[in-house]
Design a protein around this ligand. Structure first.
Ligand code: M7G
Length: 333
């Protein structure tokens, strides 16, 4: 079963299904999971994978009644916005007193539904790799040399990477085309800029967009050389411009970076609001695009040669490969 799932991950299966669904427009050609959900009526929780009180989010593993495939559901409370505050601070919000002492009071508030929404992300069908990705696990810092990349990481990625059909769907305008903020269609230096799945667009405080390059075959930071500089400059300049025009956020309020390791090995750049502590924006994973550009300007094979550090988690198969090669100390306490 595990083998079968892995093969499905590597082999994009949804392209034909999406095309089929488009060609005659009939619902029955869609896989059942292609239809958006309207509630969690048939959802059965199996397990809480992870829970973050600080970000007020929870990751849940579950199933839909009568369906074989499993799902990961992510629930997250959203930040307040200036526009909705007047509703939250109106007579429509009911208050129940918890404590009242002199000038101090604590209440449990129940605001009206329109300001009480939560952000919901669903991965369905979720593969075993998604369950690992979203589970709480111990992390270990790994230092990947040029040789480690060639001998451990690259062979692993070639057979095990997450499938990136969702990326091709965006690039081919099959999915999310109405969400595109900016597109440069050039095959070499072009990209699509659109809201990241993690952003609900309700407020700009947690703005999160991604730029996905049109060019295929650039897996990650490791593949970048000076020949990609026009592409990177283009993403930086036009991405900043588009965000200023559309969301009125100046470049000095944006954190623009690449992940290493990414989850999806088709080059993309993250644009987040500087005030937003986005997951994955720490020094062990985020590489500022401006730094990347400067390093490549100084040395074309900088990212081929550089030892790169990143965290791997306990159940991550890549960690097992590093351990097998004797490149991570066994449980260092
Ligand atoms: P990453 O660095 O490869 O991995 O970033 P991460 O998910 O571990 O950060 C990929 C980015 O693409 C993430 O920020 C995801 O939230 C985002 N993303 C993933 N999917 C499957 C989608 C999608 O279907 N649509 C959009 N718009 N964004 C996605």
């Amino acid at each position: 079963m595990a083998e079968k799932r892995r093969a499905e991950d590597a082999e994009p299966i949804t392209a034909q299904e999406t095309k089929k669904a488009k060609s005659d427009g009939t619902k029955q050609d869609d896989p059942h999971w292609a239809t958006p959900l309207s509630s969690f009526q048939d959802f059965e929780m199996i397990k809480i994978l992870n829970d973050h009180p600080k970000t007020k989010s929870v990751f849940v593993h579950g199933k839909f009644k009568g369906r074989e495939e499993e799902a990961v559901v992510i629930l997250e409370k959203t930040p307040f916005s200036e526009e909705t505050l007047p509703i939250a601070l109106s007579g429509e919000t009911k208050l129940k007193v918890g404590l009242k002492n002199d000038i101090y009071g604590n209440y449990h508030g129940t605001p009206p539904a329109q300001v009480n929404g939560i952000k919901v992300s669903v991965v369905y069908p979720a593969t075993p790799k998604h369950l690992v990705k979203y589970s709480q696990q111990e992390s270990y810092l790994v230092q990947e040399t040029e040789d480690d990349y060639k001998n451990i990481t690259l062979p692993f990625l070639e057979k095990e990477a997450f499938r990136i059909q969702w990326v091709y769907n965006i690039l081919e305008h099959k999915m999310e085309s109405e969400r595109i903020v900016y597109e440069d269609p050039d095959k070499e230096t072009g990209f699509i800029l659109l809201p990241d799945m993690k952003w609900d667009l309700k407020q700009v405080n947690d703005l999160y967009l991604i730029a996905i390059v049109h060019k295929h075959g650039i897996r990650s930071l490791r593949d970048l050389t000076a020949k990609h500089l026009p592409l990177l400059h283009n993403i930086l300049k036009k991405g900043q411009q588009a965000i200023r025009e559309k969301f009125n956020i100046p470049p000095c309020k944006l954190r623009i970076y690449l992940h290493y390791q990414p989850s999806y090995y088709h080059l993309h750049v993250h644009f987040t609001h500087l005030n937003f502590d986005a997951p994955g924006s720490g020094v062990e994973r985020a590489h500022l695009l401006t730094d990347v550009i400067e390093h490549l300007e100084m040395m074309t094979d900088y990212y081929t040669k550089k030892t790169l550090s990143f965290c791997l988690r306990e159940n991550d198969q890549l960690l097992a490969e590093f351990k097998k090669a004797g490149r991570v100390p066994e449980k260092s306490v």
